[in-house]
Every structure is written in structure tokens, then in C-alpha cells.
Design a protein around this ligand. Sequence first.
Ligand SMILES: [Zn+2]
Length: 327
Amino acid sequence: MIAKYIKQFANLRTDASPARWSEATRHRAPHKPLLLLAVMDLFAQGTITSNLIEPNPDLGELFTLYWARVMPPDQRGNLALPFFHLRSEGFWHLIPRQGKEPILAAARQIRSVSQLRDTVLGAQLDEELYEELCVEESRNLLRTVLIETYFAPEVQPALVEQGVINLEAFRYSQRLLEHARAQQITERLPEEEIYRPAARNQGFRRAVITAYNHRCALCGIRMLTPDGHTAVDAAHIIPWSVNQNDDPRNGMALCRLCHWTFDEGLVSVSPEYRVIISSLLTTADNVPGHLLTLTDRAIIGPVEQSLWPDLDALSWHRRNVFRGPEL
Ligand SMILES: [Zn+2]
């Protein structure tokens, strides 16, 4: 049975254009093979437990990570394109949302993740393929087919490595969340030494952003772009360089502006979990925009109470980073 899918994976219909696509992707559009690699990561994580692949932020993030390993920074990946167009391969069956059947049947293309999520629940695989992907050896075989068929030898090791990092990062994020939920003391985990830095960064990011559901803890902004990118970073409260602590309670999801103002000490968080603002924000030529409106507002923490920021870490930030007023 696997032979059938090896053949299909090696013969995906992809746009071939030397003008648009570089030698790294053998002058062909890399969307479909990269999406399939990301899907296989979800199987490896064990997060797919029934035959339905959803176009969720987790899949979008994995797709983007692979994309960044082979594509130039000015060319952005868009999960919606391959998710829709894989339907022409015969093994990928889009399942419309109730009432959206006519829209899906008439669609020639879907260009944004929001439109995709609005139209389909997800994709169902051929039952035989689903069963194959639940088996590690089959996944590894199909992964190799994709990497060797659609990518130049120079970039193949980077894609293999990204698969390893993605799995390590997932395991690390689960470990961090379990540790925090058990309310164990926030201190560096012994396991941190066995994870490579890229997996640690990605795992911390995953744990924190998931806990805050992509919402900025300070200003509340939550934005996912049509191609599935998120506005928030995972910020350490006490920087990694100080105590090497990736506990999610030493983190907050912050948008880029809030992350910068937090790291610069222009804002901090009180023991009552309220936003405090440095007087420097309003001095000289500063025009702090909406930041002043956050003064004394409650932060927006994780839904899970056990994952809220550690008060000792926040106190450290107020003492060592925040630039007044004195508390
Ligand atoms: Zn923000």
C-alpha cells in the first residue's frame, strides 16, 4: 500500500517556473511538499487522533518554519494555497462546513487561511494513507521521498533537521506546560540541557503563545494574518541569558510593540497583575500612542490559572528592568 503513496508523493502537480522558483526547490513551487512535511509532524507529535487535518495555527506555524528554511525572506508562504490545491492529488479530500458545500464546489482557488477556515472543516486523507501516516517508518519513508524529489541536495539537510527540531520543540513545550500545571517551582529544568537551542526557543514560543491563545497580555491585540502569521512573540520576563528559565510562567505572549516596551523597561506589571507605565513614555518627544491607555489595566493572562506569570519573575522585572516610577 505504501508503494502507491510513494508514487503519488513523488508526482505531485506543482507549478514549474524557473523565473519564479529557484534551484533550491528545483524551479518548482514548494507549497505542497512543505505542507505534507508539516502534516507529518502533526502525526509524529500525536496531535492528530482522527482522520481530519485542520488548517489551524499549529499547522500554519510548522508550514512557515519549513518555508523559512528554503525560501528567501521576501517570499512569504501561504498555507491556504496548498491546503486547497492538494485536493487535485486524489488522496486529500476537503470536508466543507455545513452549508458551505456549494461554495467549496464552485471554488477555483482559496487565497487566505481565514477564507479556508470559513469554508472547510479540514481535509480527510485516504483511509489507507491515514493509517500509513500513523506509522513512524512509513512517515519517514514518505518524508524522504518529498525532500529528495522536490529540493536540491544543498537544502535537504536543513529540511531533515527542521523535522527533528519541530518534534523536539513540541516535546519540550509539553514538558514545560506539564511542569507549570503541576505548580512545580519555577526553575530551570534539567532536561533543558538535552534540547538543542532552536528546539528550546521554538518550544518555549509554542507553550507561551498557545497558553495566551495568540493574544498580547498587555494590550490585548490578537491578530492572525490571512496567511496564518501571528502578531505575538513569546517574551521571557527574566531574560533567558539571566537564568535560563523557559518555564511558561516566566513568559508572556506580547505583540512586537509591547515586547519592545517591556524589554526596554517602559512598561511592567504590578503584583496585582496590572500594567504599569514608566513616566519616560511621556517625556521629551515621545508620542506613546495607545500605550498610555493601558495604564493600570488588568493584563490578559492565560485561560489556565496555573500558567499565569510568576510574581517573583515580575518583581525581578520591576526591580531590574523597569524604569520608574519607583514602587
Ligand atoms: Zn501588545
